[in-house]
Design a protein. Structure first.
Length: 270
């Protein structure tokens, strides 16, 4: 898979399939493999591009001077420019939706459709912001994600009744446990502070094209509850879909439902 130099750092991305372009924006702490079921299905009809977040997968470290989700939006547009892609569809989950909404507002002529999944573009509620920042302080101090913190962080991403011995759960836990100190300190923790210290763009949501926007959310998403998804959908005036039997990484907990919903939506757009 190829790399592009953006803001002086190597950005790793997947580029698979042919047809109209679909960009998949990943969740914090996950690499492009989180989209495996959707990549397989969508790439039969579309050109699927999945950039990996800084410090995630094989992407380089967080570029110097980055301090906002607007930077992630701008960097994704820079990747599209390098690939000579004028227009694309954008599906963003979690932080992928946070910067995805900003990109759609900044360059509406380039975003043909937008799917916001398990995400929220308002400010992080103060209690959770302080809580997440305290976790970042602990990770930074220890240079690792120790066992007690893994027991706290990993369950956040899944529905409450997931089997902790399942491959999905265990693989994610092992990935976090193996993150090297340098990557945690240079990229993962500072990016986390950017994500959870974000500014509020809820008032700008009515500026999105409601006919070309879809909001989706796992019915058991804990960090980004369905109430937040409904709030955004009402501000945009767009369709809203609840994903059954799914937590935060809804596309992996109920891949068939999500993939079918995305294919149906994209078909309408093209």
């Amino acid at each position: 898979m190829p790399f592009a130099t953006i803001d002086g750092q190597p950005l790793h991305y997947l580029d698979q399939g042919h047809g109209p372009v679909v960009v998949l924006g990943s969740s914090y702490l996950w690499d492009q493999s989180m989209w495996a079921p959707q990549i397989e299905a969508l790439s039969k009809h579309y050109r699927v591009i999945v950039p990996e977040l800084w410090g995630h997968g094989r992407s380089g470290r967080l570029p110097e001077g980055m301090n906002s989700l607007d930077d992630l939006s701008r960097q994704t547009l820079a990747l599209m420019d390098l690939l000579e892609i004028d227009c694309f569809n954008l599906v963003g989950l979690s932080v992928g939706g946070m910067w995805g909404a900003r990109l759609a507002l900044a360059a509406p002529e380039r975003v043909q459709s937008l799917v916001l999944m398990d995400t929220y573009v308002g400010v992080e509620p103060e209690p959770t912001r302080l809580y997440y920042f305290s976790l970042f302080d602990k990770i930074e101090a220890s240079g690792a994600i120790p066992e007690p913190l893994l027991d706290i962080i990993v369950p956040i991403f899944f529905r409450p009744d997931i089997d902790p011995q399942s491959a999905l759960y265990q693989q994610f836990r092992a990935t976090l446990a193996a993150l090297p100190t340098e990557r945690l300190k240079d990229s993962i923790v500072p990016l986390g502070r950017i994500i959870f210290g974000r500014d509020d763009i809820l008032p700008r949501l009515p500026g999105l094209d409601a006919r070309r926007t879809l909001v989706m959310c796992g019915d058991q998403d804990k960090p980004r509850p369905p109430s937040e998804a409904l709030e955004m959908a009402e501000l945009i005036g767009c369709e809203h879909v609840l994903i059954p039997q799914a937590g935060h990484i809804s596309n992996l907990e109920n891949p068939e439902f999500v993939t079918e919903a995305l294919l149906k939506f994209l078909k309408r757009m093209h």
